[in-house]
Design a protein around this ligand. Structure first.
Ligand code: FAD
Length: 505
């Protein structure tokens, strides 16, 4: 990274999807950029999502047409940008007697099909659940359903690959680094950082600050920037259950509930089904939150209203919870608060400016980043043009419909390695799977194994290329192998990582 007078153009607070998206876009245009993330990349809200790249069918009920149109168009843009971690998913929405009428669902889906750009994703169709195999896992009373398109995304990997691309283009990505203060001196930001492990402090200077701290955006304004009365964000908790696989096909279900809310049941990590989510106002520390008993009961009850076999606590393998950092538009109910993003700019070129990011979804992070770049340009001057539409994330350099061909080709290059491993590596690393495997042609050449085909070689790659520093980084964010790895293997993995890191110091 080269900077004029040791002053960066842009400093980004927060390594979630929005911070990383902004850093990537900015460095790709030629700005000098640094990003600081106080924990692991995606350790905030960006790994706790339902993991859909979607228009948000239910937002139509709240007349969020701008957001839905933008999000719908992003589905194919993002799918093409990272076809290893993003792929199409069809949703089955059963009509439920006494809830929204069938004509209203069909009308909503008609709008959904036509207000956003859609070239590859198939349109909505009507299903007779009594005849279709997709009706089989459901109770008998459901007759009609609508099947429509959205996409699935590995949320945490989207963040890490975005950060990887930003770093490949010259951005400095500092994880485990907290922004403790940001003050202005003669129009330049003086930003004090602290490493959360070593407690070592450092100071950097930047012309412009982007506050993309998600649920902590107000905390950054209050604690690091001295704005004691900042209150712009409404935290809305959402929790998910991962249960053992409830059915055998590859579609997701969209279930309406009597309280007007909806929940999804989605095929997850081959052997599981993901059920979520909830919408509850939240106050307190957004870190380390967990699902409550009431939320578990709620999600199990809504799912059991539809599935023939009741879904019970005994089916639950794992759960996770996060908070949506929504812009506080003073809506009365949490589920009604706007899902659209809001950007504010304080200060100017002479005094030093900060762009605050409120709200935003995984789906719209690329467009949000473009909007932030417009603000950056207006304050510190333009460099380069928008470039991320049509770009590729690391590993995504193949045709969006060519995933199976990628797996076949990898199988041919590594015939002695297990197909299941190669398929997983293709999903996670795409065309970079070869870089992970290197010269290892047999399973024994992959080094120590930590369960679920996770090898020392892959862990080394994650440390070197993807900022992994703990077992949780590897097991829950770089991969989802935490679902399959035993406590003993996890402890062995942690020791291995710590040894590796201390050797590198
Ligand atoms: P975050 O991911 O929280 O990132 C902010 C980061 O800033 C954190 O990692 C934090 O550690 C860091 N930070 C904070 N303070 C500091 C500091 N002082 N110094 C350094 N770093 C700091 N969107 C979709 O598109 N599809 C979905 O299906 C979907 N489902 C969702 C379901 C739920 C339950 C939730 C909660 C959200 C969902 N979303 C979905 C929305 C989406 O996940 C979020 O809007 C998005 O991840 C927010 O990203 P972010 O970068 O703004 O925040």
């Amino acid at each position: 990274m080269t900077t004029r007078d040791n002053v960066l153009d842009v400093f980004v607070v927060g390594g979630g999807v929005n911070g990383c998206g902004i850093a990537r876009d900015a460095v790709g245009r030629g700005y000098s950029v640094m990003l600081a993330e106080m924990g692991d990349l995606a350790s905030g809200t960006s790994s706790a999502a339902t993991k859909l790249v979607h228009g948000g069918l239910r937002y139509l009920e709240y007349y969020e047409f701008r957001l839905v149109r933008e999000a719908l168009a992003e589905r194919e843009v993002l799918w093409s940008m990272a076809p290893h971690i993003i792929w199409p998913l069809r949703f089955v929405l059963p009509h439920h007697k006494g809830l929204r009428p069938a004509w209203l669902l069909r009308l909503g889906l008609f709008i959904y099909d036509y207000i956003g750009t859609r070239k590859l994703l198939p349109p909505t169709k009507t299903l007779d659940l009594r005849a279709s195999p997709l009706g089989k896992p459901l109770k008998d009373g459901y007759a009609t359903a609508f099947e429509y398109s959205d996409c699935w995304v590995d949320d945490a990997r989207l963040v890490v690959l975005t950060a990887r691309d930003a770093a490949d283009k010259g951005a400095v990505i500092a994880t485990r680094t907290k922004v403790v203060s940001a003050t202005r001196e003669d129009g330049i930001w003086v930003i004090k950082l602290q490493n959360i492990d070593s407690k070592v402090r450092a100071t950097v200077r930047a012309r412009l600050l982007v506050n993309a701290a998600g649920p902590w955006v107000d905390s950054v304004l209050r604690e690091a920037m001295g704005q004691n009365d900042a209150h712009n964000v409404r935290l809305v908790k959402g929790s998910h259950l991962v249960v053992r696989k409830l059915y055998d096909h590859d579609r997701a279900y969209f279930f309406q509930n009597k309280d007007g809310r909806i929940i999804f049941a989605i095929p997850y990590e081959r052997d599981f089904t993901l059920i979520g989510t909830t919408d509850l106002d939240y106050s307190g520390d957004p870190r380390g939150i967990t699902i409550s008993e009431d939320e578990t009961t709620y999600l199990l009850a809504v799912a059991s209203e539809y599935f023939e076999r009741p879904v019970t606590a005994a089916d639950v393998a794992w759960s996770y919870a996060g908070v949506r950092p929504l812009y506080d538009d003073h809506a009365s109910k949490a589920q009604e608060a706007t899902r659209d993003y809001v950007l504010t700019v304080e200060g100017d070129r002479a005094s030093g400016a900060v762009v605050n990011v409120f709200g935003g979804k995984l789906t719209t992070h690329r467009r949000l980043s473009e909007s932030v770049l417009e603000k950056i340009e207006s304050v510190i001057g333009a460099k380069g043009k928008s470039w991320t539409a049509g770009s590729k994330l690391p590993g995504g350099e193949f045709d969006p419909r060519g995933f199976d061909a990628q797996v076949d080709a990898l199988n041919q290059r590594y015939p002695a390695l297990a197909d299941r491993l190669l398929r997983r590596l293709c999903r996670q690393y795409g065309t970079r799977a070869d870089k992970v495997l290197g010269t290892a042609k047999r399973m024994e050449e992959l080094g120590e194994m930590f369960g679920a085909d996770l090898s020392a070689r892959e862990v080394d790659y994650l440390i070197a290329e993807e900022w992994a520093r703990t077992a949780d980084d590897v097991l829950w964010r770089r991969t989802k192998l935490g679902l399959r790895v035993s406590a003993g293997d996890r402890a062995r993995l942690d020791t291995y990582i710590q040894n590796r890191l201390s050797k590198g110091r």
